[in-house]
Design a protein around this ligand. Structure first.
Ligand code: S6P
Ligand code: ZN
Length: 224
């Protein structure tokens, strides 16, 4: 059965009219368990899940061949029904570490063209990579405790942990949003965030050498 947009909208409105569907709630971050006190889905991403996402494929292979498979990050989501008007709440912890010279990071993804998101960093230090899907311009943002980032519609996003401690952030996004990982898996983002041993600042941003030359992105200066 084909559900047209207007039928979907109508069904969403019916859903929102039922009070029983909309019980408010409060959730807490449990520091000991490193998760939310309540969630509907928990995911753990190990190196083997991120094989295609790190630049240095040889190092990835060597680590895995030795029988190691470190946890890179984990995240919990409170997923609400996929109707207009509902929001999901996500919580992510990225461990500190390096694969070759590249810092631990999330896979990253693109949402649909009309789907914004907000990140709130609770603790740690990271770079939020934002890439405009249309222009491919990269907007790297430095985030740390209490940083709140607005991710405009159409911007792919990945978080890189450049600190020595876990990086923790909260995400608020549309419950009916879509997540496209394939694009990132295919070509990565336009930049890599790598260790910098020759400077007081322990990281640096470099263009992604794997990106097709014709598709090279313009990289804006890091926003603090
Ligand atoms: C969801 C939001 C986050 C990520 C999480 C893991 O839209 O951006 O909750 O899902 O940080 O990252 P990724 O790229 O593996 O989904
Ligand atoms: Zn997202």
């Amino acid at each position: 059965m084909v559900i047209t947009q207007s039928k979907k909208r109508f069904l969403d409105e019916i859903y929102l009219m039922k009070d029983s569907n909309l019980s408010p709630f409060v959730v807490k971050f449990n520091k000991t368990l490193k998760e939310l006190s309540f969630y509907t889905k928990k995911s753990v991403r190990k190196l083997s899940d991120l094989k295609e996402y790190f630049y240095d494929e040889n190092t990835v292979k060597k680590i895995l061949e030795k029988g190691n498979d470190p946890e890179i990050y984990s995240f919990c989501d409170i997923e609400r029904p996929k109707v207009v008007g509902e929001l999901n709440l996500g919580w992510t912890q990225i461990n500190p570490g390096l694969i070759g010279n590249e810092f631990y990071m999330t896979k990253g993804h693109f949402h649909g063209p009309n789907e914004a998101e907000i990140y709130f960093c609770q603790e740690g230090e990271g770079i939020l990579i934002l890439e405009n899907q249309k222009t491919r311009i990269i907007h790297p943002m430095y985030i740390t405790e209490s940083s709140i980032a607005y991710i405009s519609p159409g911007f792919g996003h990945r978080v890189v942990n450049v600190g020595k401690l876990p990086l923790i952030f909260i995400a608020i996004y549309l419950a009916n949003s879509t997540h496209d990982y394939e694009k990132v898996k295919r070509e990565g983002f336009g930049i890599l965030v790598v260790r910098n041993q020759s400077s007081r600042i322990p990281y640096k941003i470099i263009p992604n050498p794997k990106r097709d030359k014709e598709n090279l992105s313009q990289i804006l200066p890091l926003k603090q």
